[in-house]
Design a protein around this ligand. Structure first.
Ligand code: ATP
Ligand code: MG
Length: 411
């Protein structure tokens, strides 16, 4: 038997209906922030992802040689593709250019709950402005999106990578050591190995210092001022001090991040709790461009899991009407009713298996229809329909036109 590949999922009707709801909500919020939807190819030249993505992504890349001998990769993320697209076809557009995307991404990882080989990213890019207010807009959109979805139990961590960078530069730590260090911040032993005992003690206490006291460690305090401006602007979006923490340990998996960065965790998710990552990055130079870009990617599947966990996703709408024609003579009339309901955009279905009334009703019940509509000789003759509410079993006969205008009112 052939089964689905490891790390992939089949999504059934209930799940798809819930995902579509979340997806539409996210689109609505992004549009309300002035962003426009775009799409890039599912696969790209592998090289696009190798240059600046950092070691973790490179290991996880799903790549292959195509029939023409090209090195091709399924996209592991959208940021590099969007910047490629920008450089190929969107450069001339007025700035700021605000775009969002929603689609599947692929990573060869060890699958577990919340971690798949095929998963969905909903993300945004804000191209052009390099100001604290642009960083705030970026962070605010991510937080507003989760708030709009009704997610409650999440936390936001914000940093400015420049703060770490200046600290290390001022202590003349060479660039390659900085790279190593950024992947070892959670492990004090590794930090000690990389920096030596003196600098590492100072570095570790620096990492644990609150924003208000960080200035003591730096000569050039401009990145701290910059971050403070971002945070002040967040107030305008109803994002207050208690809504986030400052965490210098954020480094982001992708090596092209350079300025203000942030991560969001949803706590109901257990180990795979990060639902969003983003910030300011430099990919322009990959294409010989000098352009600022800020964005984020929401792990759509984890967001859905977190919402389910908090009971925020209603079970999908039941099917509305199931029409059961009784006898050949009532088919024409039944199809008229079916047509009128569908025309109104109401979900309506008709018995296709020529089952008797009892079996058709039992199907309507099991398939979770709200109402069955019985149409026999009498209904056709009198211009009526007999409606049975499936849950209560209540049944009434209405003039067809009255029934249809009632449907209209309840929509
Ligand atoms: P993680 O640390 O969980 O591997 P990441 O830093 O690799 O995350 P990003 O590249 O920032 O993730 O992607 C943005 C978001 O996409 C993550 O916050 C996460 O919610 C989601 N995500 C990343 N990898 C997967 C995956 N394999 N399956 C499902 N969601 C994922
Ligand atoms: Mg990862």
């Amino acid at each position: 038997m052939i089964e689905k590949p490891r790390g992939t999922r089949d999504l059934g009707p209930e799940e798809m209906s819930r995902r579509r709801k979340v997806e539409e909500e996210l689109r609505t919020v992004s549009r309300s922030f002035g962003y426009h939807e775009i799409m890039t190819p599912t696969f790209e030249h592998t090289e696009l992802f190798l240059k600046r993505s950092g070691p973790s992504i490179v290991e996880e890349i799903y790549d292959f040689e195509d029939k023409g001998g090209r090195e091709i990769a399924l996209r592991p993320e959208f940021t590099a593709p969007v910047m490629r697209m920008y450089s190929e076809s969107m450069r001339e557009r007025p700035k700021p250019l605000k775009v969002f995307y929603f689609g599947p991404a692929y990573r060869y990882e060890r699958p577990q709950s919340g971690r798949y080989r095929e998963f969905w990213h909903f993300g945004t890019e804000l191209i052009g402005p390099d100001t604290p207010r642009a960083d705030a807009e970026n962070i605010a959109l991510a937080i507003s999106s989760l708030r709009k979805l009704g997610l409650k139990d999440f936390s936001v961590r914000i940093s400015n990578l420049q703060i770490l960078d200046i600290f290390l530069k001022e202590r003349e730590i060479p660039e390659e050591k900085r790279g190593q260090l950024y992947h070892a911040l959670d492990n004090e032993e590794d930090v000690k190995d990389i920096l030596g005992p003196d600098t590492s003690d100072e570095f570790i206490s620096f990492l644990n210092t609150p924003l208000s006291e960080l200035e003591g460690y730096l000569q050039d305090t401009s990145p701290i001022e910059y971050l403070k401006k971002v945070l002040e602007t967040l107030e305008f979006y109803e994002i207050k001090e208690e809504d986030y923490t400052i965490d210098l340990r954020i480094v982001r998996g992708l090596d092209y991040y350079q300025g203000v960065v942030f991560e969001i965790d949803a706590h109901g998710l257990g180990a795979e709790e990060q639902v969003c990552g983003g910030g300011d990055y430099n990919l322009g130079d990959l294409f010989g461009l000098d352009v600022s870009s800020k964005g984020f990617a929401l792990g759509f599947d984890r967001v859905v899991l977190a919402l389910e966990d908090e009971g925020k996703l209603p079970f999908p709408e039941k099917g509305q009407y199931y029409i059961i024609p009784i006898g050949e003579g009532s088919l024409g009339y039944s199809y008229d009713v079916l047509d009128m309901l569908r025309e109104k955009g109401v979900s309506a279905d008709i018995e296709l298996m020529d089952r008797g009334v009892g079996n058709a009703l039992s199907y309507a019940d099991r398939a979770d229809f709200r109402y069955s509509i019985l149409i026999g000789e009498d209904e056709v003759k009198e211009g009526t329909v007999t409606i049975k509410e499936m849950e209560s079993g209540e049944q009434k006969t209405l003039v067809k036109e009255d029934f249809l205008s009632e449907v209209e009112k309840s929509e």
